[in-house]
Structures are given as structure tokens and as C-alpha cells.
Design a protein around this ligand. Structure first.
Ligand SMILES: [Mn+2]
Length: 430
């Protein structure tokens, strides 16, 4: 029995006001696609089946390393975070899984947590370990690194934490462990760049050895921050070499914000897929060097080009294709629920547009080196307004045609600000 946080009657009442316009626009879109030889029902089914996970920590105001500005009604524990995730999924109908983080989401009874999530219509996605900060009572500090630390006892502690995450994940029904370490240096000469990778690989192999057969270990690279001179797993090259060294169940995870500005990320997608190492995605956007802005808010065209490669990969699976998708951004100035609904919409929009690309025409233009036709084939799909299709899919599944307006009409945050304890002003999540 599910107990969803937003009243189905309220959603229906809000949708009623907008349904006629959606149906009109949907019919026009359907006619346009038919002229292009595309059956809208086929696209609709794929869009309906698509989903992206939300991170449990994304439901709070993340803040920056300078400050955090909490809002009333923010969640204070994993149960409240799940409730907020359920709102996002109920209205967007695109985010049915939550990616938890440990130790932040630790509880006594994980079977009960799984039941709580199921009652809210949610499941669990990739488990995120944390060896980038110290926890109260921890024996060894990560100040000088975790999996790549020069101290054997610190490495062993980081390995043990990751194995504990796998054990928790088994109880929650997860099958992926995402490993991101902050290990790196701030000064030239601080560490030997070769030997620190040796230590990382040896420690990561111990985690890999503890993976169940049906699990994957996803390595997330990040060019810089918190280390500002060098990072141990800094780029997709380091990531794929480590994944190839560790074994078949180890894949690479691309976070869109973890590259140098202007890097061709869609090409990285194609490369990793070519070698069967594409394991997952963290979606966000950035203007300069951050990984914090809302997905699609700065460069929706890049998001489309990334999905264009993902759709190509799906159609040509080579060794397989089942990437784990998650939103990973920091909400500093918006209500996190609104940001994640808006981001889910940007992500599904990019996916839908990529589905509209005339693949036969594109491949033919590529083969005959008709550069302009190849480019225009992509551009035609990008220019198509798919919003009536997405709204129709959401309404069909019980979601909201206008997610933000419906959320605001529900007064969910106002209610939570009465019920929930205030969160502290502590440092933000970087
Ligand atoms: Mn990430």
C-alpha cells in the first residue's frame, strides 16, 4: 500500500485546467512527427519507460564551501528525504529511485527503510560511499587521502567502509556501488603521482573482490576539488584504465561537471561505450568549473548531444548498455524539490529529442560525408518542442502537467516547515 505525499485529487484538479491545451499541442506534434516518418506512440513508450535517480542529499540546500542558506521545512533525516523524493517522483513520474549516501543516511534497520521507500513508491539506486570527510569517532583521518593514503591502516578503513556500503546496499536492493575519492594533492611534489595510483588500485581491488556477482563498481572521476593540484582519478583516462585493471564488473561514471571547460563529453560517452566501460552518469550543469548548477540550465544542447550518443549506444549495445543515471547538483538558491523536478524535465527532454533523430538519415549522411545534412539531421530533432509529449506522459502516469505550479498549489513545503525541525547553518556540502 503506497502513501504518496501529494493528494491525487489536487494533481487531477491542476491537470484538468491544462489538459485541453496539452492535447491540442500533442496532436500537432504527432502530425509533425508523422510527416517525418516517426510514430509518436513508439517515442511515448520509450519516454514513459525512462527514469533517472535522485540523490538523497539533493533534497537539502547543499550550499557552497562558503555558506549554506537553509529553508524552512528542509528534511533532517533519511525518512524525510525519502518523503521529498516521493514528491519529486509523484509529480515528475521520472525519478522512481533514490541514490543513498553513507554514512549520512545510516539507520538501524535497513529492511524497514526499504519498506518505507516502497510505501512511497520508491526503490534504491547506486550506493555512494564517503571517504572524503572524517566522521565522529573514526580511527584514522582522511586528511591525506583514503584509498590512496600512504597509511595502510587508513586505506584498510576506507576499504572496510566501502564493503559495509555493499552490505547495506544488498539489504536495500541496490546493485551498484559508486566510488568517488577526494584523494589528490595541492602541491607539486606532495605525492608521487605513480605510486599514489598504485595504492588506489590495490585498495580498490579489495573492494572489487567483495562485489556480489550481479553488482557493479562505478568509478567517478573528477578533475579537481577538493585537491587542486592533482587528483588520483582525475579524468576518464585514469578512470577507464583503473576500471580495466580492476575487472569486468568495474565501469566508469561520468559526472557532467567533472571535466575541464569545453571538453567534448559526448565523445567520452562514445569512447567508454566502445570499450564496454560506460556505467553511469551524474547530471548537472556548469558555467565555469563547478558541478553544482541545475541540469540543462546552462547548456541544454550539450545535454542533447550526450543523449544523442546514449541513444546511439542503446541501439548498438556492443557488450551491453545499462547505465545508471542520477541527478547530482547542489541547490543553493532554489527549493531543491523544484530544482530536481525541473532537472528531471531537462533530462527527459534531452532524451526525447535524441529519440527523434532520424538515425538512418544521419548514418547515410555520415557515410557519404554530407556534413551539412548530418548536422541538420541532429538540429531538426533538437529544435522540436517535445514538451506536450512529456506532459502527456506525466499526466498518463498520475503526474503533473505543470510540476512547479502543482507543487506550489499543494503547499507541501509550508506544511513541512510546520512539522520538521530546523536544519543547522553548518558548512555546506561541496
Ligand atoms: Mn557526482
Amino acid at each position: 500500500m503506497t502513501h504518496l505525499p501529494i493528494s491525487a485529487d489536487l494533481i487531477a484538479e491542476q491537470n484538468d485546467k491544462r489538459l485541453e491545451a496539452v492535447e491540442e499541442d500533442y496532436a500537432a506534434l504527432s502530425r509533425k512527427l508523422t510527416r517525418n516518418g516517426i510514430n509518436i506512440s513508439d517515442v511515448r513508450q520509450k519516454v514513459s519507460d525512462f527514469s533517472v535517480a535522485v540523490p538523497s542529499w539533493g533534497t537539502g540546500r547543499g550550499g557552497t564551501r562558503f555558506a549554506k542558506f537553509p529553508i524552512p521545512g528542509e528534511p533532517t533525516n533519511i525518512h524525510e528525504k525519502l518523503e521529498d523524493c516521493a514528491v519529486i517522483n509523484q509529480l515528475s513520474q521520472a525519478t522512481p529511485r533514490v541514490s543513498p549516501h553513507f554514512p549520512w543516511d545510516k539507520v538501524q534497520d535497513y529492511s524497514a527503510l526499504r519498506r518505507d521507500a516502497e510505501a512511497l513508491g520508491l526503490g534504491f539506486d547506486a550506493i555512494n560511499s564517503n571517504t572524503f570527510q572524517d566522521q565522529p569517532g573514526q580511527s584514522h583521518s582522511y586528511a591525506n587521502g583514503s584509498l590512496a593514503s600512504t597509511d595502510a591502516a587508513t586505506r584498510a578503513q576506507a576499504v572496510a567502509h566501502n564493503i559495509e556500503c555493499i552490505e547495506i546496499g544488498k539489504k536495500l536492493g541496490a546493485t551498484d556501488l559508486t566510488v568517488w575519492v577526494g584523494d589528490g594533492t595541492n602541491f607539486p611534489g606532495q605525492q608521487d603521482l605513480g605510486r599514489s595510483l598504485d595504492r588506489y588500485l590495490d585498495a580498490a581491488a579489495e573492494i572489487y573482490a567483495a562485489l556480489p556477482d550481479d553488482w557493479r563498481m562505478l568509478l567517478e572521476h573528477k578533475m579537481f576539488e577538493p585537491a587542486f593540484y592533482s587528483s588520483v582519478i582525475s579524468d576518464w583516462g585514469s578512470s577507464i584504465l583503473a576500471a580495466q585493471t580492476l575487472g569486468e564488473k568495474c565501469k566508469c561514471l561520468i559526472d557532467l561537471g567533472h571535466h575541464a571547460p569545453n571538453v567534448n563529453i559526448e565523445q567520452i560517452v562514445a569512447r567508454l561505450h566502445r570499450f564496454d566501460k560506460l556505467g553511469g552518469f551524474h547530471f548537472n550543469d556548469s558555467k565555469y568549473g563547478d558541478d553544482d548548477l541545475d541540469s540543462g540550465s546552462i547548456n541544454p544542447h550539450q545535454l542533447f548531444l550526450v543523449f544523442n550518443e546514449l541513444v546511439e549506444a542503446e541501439r548498438n549495445p556492443r557488450g551491453g548498455f545499462s547505465p545508471s543515471y542520477m541527478i547530482d547538483q547542489s541547490h543553493n538558491v532554489t527549493d531543491p524539490i523544484e530544482s530536481m523536478m525541473s532537472s528531471a524535465d531537462a533530462i527527459v527532454t534531452a532524451y526525447s529529442k535524441a529519440l527523434l533523430v532520424d538515425r538512418d538519415a544521419l548514418h547515410a549522411a555520415q557515410e557519404t560525408n554530407d556534413v551539412m545534412l548530418a548536422f541538420q539531421t541532429l538540429r531538426d530533432a533538437y529544435k522540436t518542442d517535445v514538451s506536450p509529449l512529456l506532459a502527456a506522459v506525466r499526466a498518463d502516469k498520475g503526474g503533473a502537467i505543470d510540476m512547479i505550479a502543482t507543487y506550489r498549489a499543494s503547499q507541501y513545503r509550508e506544511r513541512k516547515s510546520q512539522e520538521r525541525a530546523a536544519v543547522g547553518l553548518g558548512a555546506g556540502i561541496v
